[in-house]
Design a protein around this ligand. Structure first.
Ligand code: UD1
Length: 337
């Protein structure tokens, strides 16, 4: 069965391509290489021994999207990762985010709803919950007004999918990711942020490797046990496997609603200082860091209630924080060598 993975050369996309191929799916990757490279295709091939079909398409090009789905009218499902994801950049250039994350989504939905089956998995984010009142966060926690254009595109994206599913053949799973980290155990693929990493774990591994002087810890005066923010860090391979299970659910028509939502996290919250300690333990490296003021827009605490994903999807994160950090460290060393 043919599955299209948009943004398939990105961090989560590439790991999902591997898991899909491992399960016997034929994968077609769409990517515009804006935040990825063709080397990732080779990395995927070295892991699975299969080179996925690759189309260099920018999904903002409506005609290109139309032509793609005319050629690939036998597609059984689409997993849509292609999007911009830097919160700060979205504040500076909101139109880029609305064009990239919304126009592209609309064009893909327009085409797949013309096909025999329109099975669609959407990359959403725990950012839609804002600062949730109750921890751990369940899927029925309310969606809070977005604080960045990036976060808004995830909320609007979800709403578009609900509206379209009501009146078309679209069946969709919205996956709300907590904090994806780590890399494939082969070290053939992993996270490759451009420039200075905005996210915690790539900043940690680059600092440990000597590329950055020290990590800035954004605030230690939060109302948490050690004063630093708490997040739910999930291994990217666990996350990737959840996409395959969600797609199989749609393909086998086991979904109970036309649009279903699942949190993807481990269910365990870790503070920034706990992440640093765990990293030092698994890497044997001392991590230089300093405490600096809070970063604007950070929530105090976010970790998932994973009951729904466990019970309904039949999926559970298998890797620990330590294992995920060890894989990220192994990847950083390999990439720089
Ligand atoms: C961020 C986005 C989230 C998005 C995700 C995509 C915000 C507020 N949220 O999640 O919407 O879906 O990235 O990748 O930007 N930290 C430091 N020092 C650093 C970097 C991070 O102390 O140099 C801390 C942060 O304050 C936070 C934690 O580490 O408490 C995790 O930060 P990060 O990796 O950026 O993820 P989020 O902010 O949770």
């Amino acid at each position: 069965m043919k599955i299209v993975v948009t943004g398939g050369l990105g961090f989560i996309g590439s790991h999902t391509v591997v898991e899909l191929q491992n399960e016997g799916f034929e994968v077609v990757v769409i990517d515009n290489l804006s935040n990825s490279s063709l080397d990732v295709l080779d990395g995927i091939e070295r892991i699975t021994k299969i080179k996925p079909l690759f189309e260099n398409i920018d999904l903002r090009n409506k005609l290109a999207v139309q032509n793609f789905f005319k050629t690939h009218h036998d597609v059984a499902g689409v997993i849509h990762f292609a999007a911009s994801k830097a919160v700060g950049e979205s504040v500076d250039d909101p139109l880029l985010y609305y064009e990239n994350n919304i126009n592209a989504l609309v064009y893909v939905l327009q085409e797949i709803t013309k096909l025999q089956q329109a099975n669609f998995i959407f990359s959403s984010s725990c950012t839609v919950y804002g600062q949730a009142e109750k921890m751990p966060i369940t899927e029925d926690a309310s969606v809070q007004p977005a604080i960045s254009p990036y976060g808004n595109t995830k909320q609007i994206g979800e709403e578009i999918i609900f509206d379209v599913a009501k009146v078309t053949n679209l069946n969709s799973v919205l996956l709300r990711y907590f904090n994806p980290i780590g890399a494939h155990s082969s070290t053939e693929i992993g996270e490759l942020p451009l420039g200075v990493p905005q996210n915690l774990v790539p900043f940690i591994t680059q600092t440990a490797f000597g590329l950055r002087k020290e990590l800035s810890v954004f605030g230690n005066d939060y109302p948490t046990p050690d004063g630093t923010c708490i997040r739910d860090y999930i291994h990217v391979v666990d996350l990737a496997k959840a996409h395959v299970i969600a797609m199989q659910r749609l393909l086998n028509k086991r979904n109970l609603d036309k649009v279903e939502i699942f949190n993807l996290g481990t269910g365990k919250g870790s503070s920034v200082l706990e992440v640093i300690n765990a990293f030092e333990k698994v890497s044997g490296q001392k991590l230089p860091y300093k405490i600096v003021p809070r970063r604007e827009g950070d929530v105090i605490m976010a970790y998932a209630n994973t009951d729904k994903a466990n019970d309904v999807l039949g999926w559970k994160a298998a890797f620990s924080l330590e294992e995920a950090l060890a894989s990220a460290w192994k990847w950083e060393q390999k990439v720089r060598s």
